[in-house]
Design a protein around this ligand. Structure first.
Ligand code: DP6
Length: 344
């Protein structure tokens, strides 16, 4: 039997940075799911060869990937109570990414999203359960246990992960949808300019842990929680100016946290700053509601409404071409997708 899921990556507008044990966030975050940048994972259930509790093979782009195999094995071991029926089998994972391996795009969100969906789908199928809304909530929670931001890759459009005051359904365990979105934000584009494709000097895991003794941690967590609340309101009302203000400030605040942790570091590159300056100049000249955000890396996500696509493409070609080595044209997406029916 096999279970294949395609799960997109997401881009956070209010950032998750800092975590508690069991992959619980120090603050709430809000993101938009993408469409073109996704991972696809096929899980095949095979006959077991030994008496070992967990037998797994992990292939990435047709090659055995021992490092990730170990990571996924540890993840399954830790969460084995959720997959009792699946673990009666040997598990073979075959995964691919739609974006180039070298693009420097964080793939843990899309990969763990797809892995959690495939494992849970297999468990549901073996126990004859239907894929209801609760399935997606559980998948988000299981994806979170693999990678925090993966919790937000299970839902379409905009989602919030982390308990937010006044948002009753929100939770630290899983992401929930932001349901009321103004037309200004329903067709957002995200063009990712790849500035550098080398492995990061400091991983996100270390980055999160540096928030533990960070001098500004408690203010930052309060700020992010407030901003999630404000952003939900902005998305409802359609205020583009306020949206841009929070999105850009969040990107710079995330990097400011890195620069001001006890062991300080810097992930932006000179070209990251060049692109930011270009965006600010272009916005001032044209009044087009375009802005940037950053992940924990040097690449720049450029966010703008679909209606300004032509102008922005022209701007990118003329003003940003020298600062990037590649671009990915992405946009708001519909969420994960099951790719096949069960083949018995
Ligand atoms: C900067 O989700 O990659 O992208 O939970 O350790 O897997 P782990 O961290 P990860 O952190 C992503 C942080 C971020 C901001 C965000 O996506 O909210």
């Amino acid at each position: 039997m096999s279970f294949t899921w395609r799960c997109p990556s997401n881009i956070a507008f209010v950032k998750y940075w800092g975590k508690k044990p069991n992959q619980l966030p120090c603050n709430a975050s809000l993101s938009m799911i993408l469409s073109a940048s996704y991972s696809e994972v096929r899980l095949e259930l095979k006959e077991k060869k030994s008496k070992e509790e967990i037998e797994i093979d992990y292939f990435f782009e047709n090659k055995k990937n021992e490092l990730f195999e170990e990571k996924v094995k540890r993840y399954i071991e830790k969460n084995r109570i959720y997959f009792p029926s699946v673990l009666q089998f040997r598990l073979r994972f075959d995964s691919t990414n739609s974006f180039p391996h070298s693009a420097g795009i964080a793939s843990s969100a899309s990969a763990f999203g797809a892995i959690a969906l495939a494992l849970l789908d297999a468990e549901y199928s073996l126990t004859n359960k239907a894929l209801d809304t609760y399935f997606y909530q559980k998948a988000s929670s299981l994806a979170r246990l693999g990678s925090g931001s993966a919790s937000r890759s299970i839902l379409p459009a905009f989602s919030v992960w982390g308990k937010v005051e006044g948002f009753e359904t929100s939770s630290d365990e899983f992401a929930v949808p932001v349901l009321e979105v103004h037309k200004h934000f329903q067709n957002l584009k995200d063009t990712i300019l790849i500035v550098d494709n080398q492995p990061k000097s400091v991983s996100s895991t270390i980055g999160h842990s540096l928030m533990q003794n960070h001098p500004f941690a408690s203010n930052r967590f309060t700020q992010a929680n407030e901003r999630v609340k404000t952003m939900i309101e902005i998305l409802r009302q359609g205020d583009e100016e306020q949206f841009i203000h929070i999105v850009e400030s969040e990107a710079l605040t995330l990097h400011a946290m890195m620069m001001t942790s006890n062991e300080y570091y810097l992930l932006m590159k000179p070209n990251t700053l060049q692109i930011i300056e270009e965006i600010w100049r272009f916005r001032k000249q044209t009044n087009i509601p375009i802005c940037f955000t950053l992940d924990a890396g040097p690449n720049v996500h450029i966010i703008y409404p679909e209606s300004y696509q032509k102008e922005v493409r022209y701007f990118l070609k003329n003003n940003c071409n020298n600062y990037k080595i590649d671009s990915i044209f992405d946009e708001i997406g519909l969420g994960p997708k099951k790719m096949n029916e069960i083949i018995a």
